[in-house]
Design a binder for this molecule. Structure first.
Ligand code: KIV
Length: 278
């Protein structure tokens, strides 16, 4: 299995146990809110894990924020596994969930099981995520029957960008959203992401399900929250949706640091005596 030993207890400041799927589900019963962030490599995954995040999502948003594509559609299964392996090397405690990318689960439940199985076998991650509810119930059922934990994702589904004609639109069909959520739970999903849904609908879904709901742009009534890490850290440029809170402005910090470095090298100020070997 890739990564550091998973049974090792982390040192300060985190003393919480390794997050497993059953513990993740139990958090809802116990009234503990769940925090989740995306990560795509060893460096950031290790930092988020040490900071105490409950779960790390190796999201197919990596197609956009890491690879520079306009959508998540071009991301491949091999690329997801590559990033998931890096993430696993940095994580000691958080539950790692990996997105099944576009067209790796929509063709047939059998193909979904084979592809999700590759993710778990080759990366050591704990679970997969797929986009869909009613339309993916058979696939969620097949994955669950193969003991592959599945997180569903409903509301605004980025892999449906071509059908939707764009991303970022709030989804308001309450009956359809509730039907999707109930179908995902009934088929065996252990949790469900609610993306861009009015908070009253999220509240209804959250109260009707026994599995945790994880919101992104879905209000505070969800059982947990997920954000794209590059967005909340202020690394992505020109992305200011209403639901997003910037917890830092790392783009400005990094730009200023690099600008100063370039100037000091040009001016001959770096390296100086203090940074040179005699
Ligand atoms: O791929 C991703 O990062 C996601 C989040 C937006 C939930 O699915």
């Amino acid at each position: 299995m890739a990564g550091k030993p998973r049974d090792k207890q982390p040192s300060s400041p985190q003393s919480s146990p390794v997050m497993t799927v059953p513990r993740f589900v139990a958090a809802k019963r116990e009234g503990r809110k769940l925090s989740m962030l995306t990560a795509y490599d060893f460096l950031w995954a290790g930092l988020f894990d040490a900071a105490g995040v409950d779960s790390i999502l190796v999201g197919d948003t990596l197609g956009m924020v890491v690879q520079g594509h306009p959508t998540t559609l071009p991301v491949t299964l091999d690329e997801m596994i590559y990033h998931a392996r890096m993430v696993m090397r940095g994580v000691r405690r958080a539950l790692v969930v990996v997105d099944l990318p576009f067209l790796t689960y929509q063709v047939s439940p059998e193909q979904a099981v084979a592809n999700a199985g590759r993710i778990l076998k080759e990366s050591g991650a704990a679970a997969v995520k797929l986009e869909g509810g009613v339309n993916q119930a058979n696939t969620i059922r097949a994955l669950s029957a193969a003991d592959i934990p599945v997180m569903a994702h409903i509301g605004m589904k980025p892999q449906s960008v071509r059908k939707l004609g764009g991303m970022g639109k709030v989804q308001r069909d309450a009956d359809r959203l509730l039907a999707d959520a109930l179908a995902a739970e009934e088929a065996g999903a252990f949790s469900i992401v609610l993306e861009l849904i009015p908070r009253s609908i999220s509240q209804t879904i959250t109260s009707r399900l026994s599995i945790p709901t994880i919101g992104i742009g879905a209000g505070p009534e969800c059982d947990g929250q997920v954000l794209v890490s590059c967005d909340m850290l202020g690394l992505t440029e020109g992305f200011h949706p209403k639901f997003l809170k910037h917890y830092a402005d790392l783009r400005t910090v990094a730009t200023e640091a690099v600008t100063r470095y370039v100037q000091e090298v040009r001016d001959g100020q770096f390296p100086d005596d203090a940074h040179s070997h005699e």
